[in-house]
Write a protein that binds this ligand. Structure first.
Ligand code: ZN
Length: 276
């Protein structure tokens, strides 16, 4: 079984003591790629360190909506510089969180725009977090408006990315029409353990129609444990639960889906020549 984890916070403090054991379990479960996204200055630095020590890991750097109001100009400059590192394959995670609103919405919007600008400048796809409160869709609507205003789906983005997705909707949450709208802009969609929660029933239909080359899976460890994984700390090996759910939703066999997931990962996050 071949697998990827396209979003896994091994840079979180909760993995500091035993990351080598976690990686050994991940490799035993068939994982060939893990993308470690930063969310603030410190976690971006730690993502780079991990990708340096473990060359089979990839890093991404950016600022999460929760931290939008907490990263100062010098912090952002450091992150923007790190974005050109050869171990960095994406920008983020960034996005909008209209559910918890840990940073004021105007700060989230400013932060999203500078992360998108950095994605366009570097040609590395943006990793987008997007959540609304239960039974609402204001976060998704605002994100779509921002992506359209930034010009995704055409112009300079097409020049910079060609056929590659210019962004990934990480830990998909939302309706079928929202999914179709982001696919129309050329984005990829990644599913996590969130898909198993109440209120996320549309995810099953979405998982069935996302084109294979734009379909990803992730754990978002240490968060969002799928059924069967320890709720105290999710780990990359548990991506197999979400992959099995996706395979079932698509009526595909798990081994074939796993190989397609590796291809989709490599097509979305190509490594620079120096590291390949
Ligand atoms: Zn995350």
């Amino acid at each position: 079984m071949r697998l990827v984890d396209s979003h896994c916070h091994l840079n979180a403090d909760r993995f500091e003591a035993d990351v080598d054991d976690v990686l050994a379990r991940a490799q035993a479960a068939g994982l060939e790629r893990i993308l470690v996204p930063g969310w603030n200055v410190r976690s971006c630095e730690r993502a780079l360190e991990l990708a340096e020590v473990h060359p089979w890991l990839d890093a991404s750097v950016g600022v999460h909506p929760h931290d939008a109001a907490k990263v100062d100009a010098a912090g952002w400059e450091g992150i923007a510089r790190a974005a050109s590192d050869s171990s960095v394959v994406a920008i983020g995670e960034t996005g909008l969180d209209y559910d918890r609103v840990f940073s004021p919405i105007p700060d989230q919007l400013t932060n999203l725009r500078r992360n998108l600008a950095l994605a366009l400048e570097t040609g590395k796809p943006a990793i987008l977090h997007c959540r609304s409160a239960a039974n609402r869709r204001d976060g998704q609507d605002a994100l779509l408006a921002e992506l359209r205003a930034a010009g995704l789906g055409g112009g300079a983005w097409t020049v910079a990315f060609g056929d590659r997705p210019p962004a990934v909707i990480h830990s998909f949450s939302g309706s079928q029409d929202y999914a179709r709208a982001v696919l129309d802009l050329g984005l990829a969609i990644s599913f996590s353990g969130l898909a198993f929660r109440g209120g996320e029933e549309a995810s099953r239909q979405v998982a069935a129609f996302v084109p294979a080359e734009r379909l990803l899976v992730e754990t978002d460890s240490p968060f969002l444990a799928p059924p069967g994984a320890p709720r105290s700390r999710n780990e990359p090996e548990w991506v197999r639960v979400t992959a099995a759910w996706v395979a079932e939703a698509r009526g595909e066999d798990l081994a074939g889906l796993g190989a397609a997931l590796v291809d989709a990962y490599d097509g979305t996050f190509p490594r620079s020549r120096a590291r390949a």
